[in-house]
Design a protein around this ligand. Sequence first.
Ligand code: ATP
Ligand code: MG
Length: 475
Amino acid sequence: MIDIAAAATTRNTRSTVDYLTTTHEVLESIIDQINDGIVIASPEGKISYYNNMVRELFGLSSESPVENLKDLCGINWSRRLARAAIDAGGDYGTLVASDRTIHFEEKIHAGDSIRFLEFTIKRLFSHSRHHEVRVIVVRDVSARRRLEATLQSGGACGLISNSPEMLKVFEKARQVASSDASIMLQGESGTGKSCVARLIHEQSSRNRYPLIEVNCAAVPSTLLESEFFGHTKGAFTGAHDQRQGKFQAADHGTLLLDEIGELPLHLQAKILHAIEDRRFQMLGSNETLNVNFRLVSASNINLREAIDSNLFRADLYYRISVIPITIPPLRERISDVPLLVNHFCDDLVARGHKDNIKITKAAWQALLNYPWPGNIRELNNAVEHGVICSDNGVVDVDSLPQDIQRFGRSASVVVTLQVPETSPDKSAEENAQIIQKFELQDAMEKAHGSKTVAAQILGIDRSTLWRRMQKAGLA
Ligand SMILES: Nc1ncnc2c1ncn2[C@@H]1O[C@H](COP(=O)(O)OP(=O)(O)OP(=O)(O)O)[C@@H](O)[C@H]1O
Ligand SMILES: [Mg+2]
């Protein structure tokens, strides 16, 4: 418990004591309601306060003692803090003595299950009482980590990403999958809208039934109505047989209306009613059919602008956009480029291309500098082009599609790149250090200064990159 009452008595007034005691009780009951664990401990690790959530997060029974930080699942705090210090770019001593907030994550065994807990530690210091405490906030991020793990291993629908914006998209997709709300996916062409629609379907309870896709731009407008609702034999010239429509095919499953912005105005009212009532009639029939599907729509044009231009009905827009999800373009999540390039190379190898594909610095520069108007689809094609046109498995800038090549030769890039100054007069170790420094500078340059991306380019983790940069005098 926090020793607030003791602090109050130093002021020696009864009313202050009452006031502080009441405040203390109110605060404590609020802190007990929140979903994060909160621990207050001395620098030596002695716990003076923890809320209810702590026992739950660490899977501790009501009898287990919670007196010292080491009672919390045997986490080696000093080792963990030292690692956090390296990750944050400092040393252990400076970090623990500073007022900087420390973050780290730990995988723990809580009872029978494994949990991923995120720790945020802040040092608080009372100058008047010369008293120092650490406030530790513990959050359960297991669901997020599991989702990331699935996605990073390319499992769920082949989607991979390590950008925070995309991981938020995946997380939202997971959250909303279990509901029946209509979802609107907006994003430029090739950003992965169809893939996210598949992810939503796969994670929903409708996944035993089909996901039916209609690309509203690909079907001639005269045929769209029969594509949606189906037709009876003889309903119109050329209708030789009865044919089921996509609405009916999607019964119990998910209906994906892709490029819905291309839906002709004259059909929009009819579609709105069919979606609202989940009822429709086949062309040429008076019988009303009931269907039960989850609607996901996708568009690469801005539908609000289409509404302003009277090309899209506002009532339909609101009906289909109960949960809007926007997928960011690739140029806004450039850290995905190395990950996706590796993924597409692996894919090509799995499809029979030669193993051990290498990508030159200039080609990496082109891939990282190009703005990718066609997004991931274009990147996929560029990688395939690069590998097919590679010279003995080495993808150089000339192996890439023409539009992309000039992004690997821009003046600024050529000027900033140095050649490592190794020399036969230097020892092998010195030369190795020079080359390593060059590689680090080069990776940082390609990654536009992002350590996460640079680490991916070099195939090492971020803390190794940091250590090497420090050793090379680059940090
Ligand atoms: N995060 C990702 N990881 C791996 N591959 C991806 C990812 N996102 C998209 N892709 C791939 O990129 C291509 C384009 O994706 P998708 O068809 O889902 O884009 P889209 O936004 O629906 O495009 P359009 O607007 O043209 O319909 C597909 O081959 C898909 O597999
Ligand atoms: Mg699509």
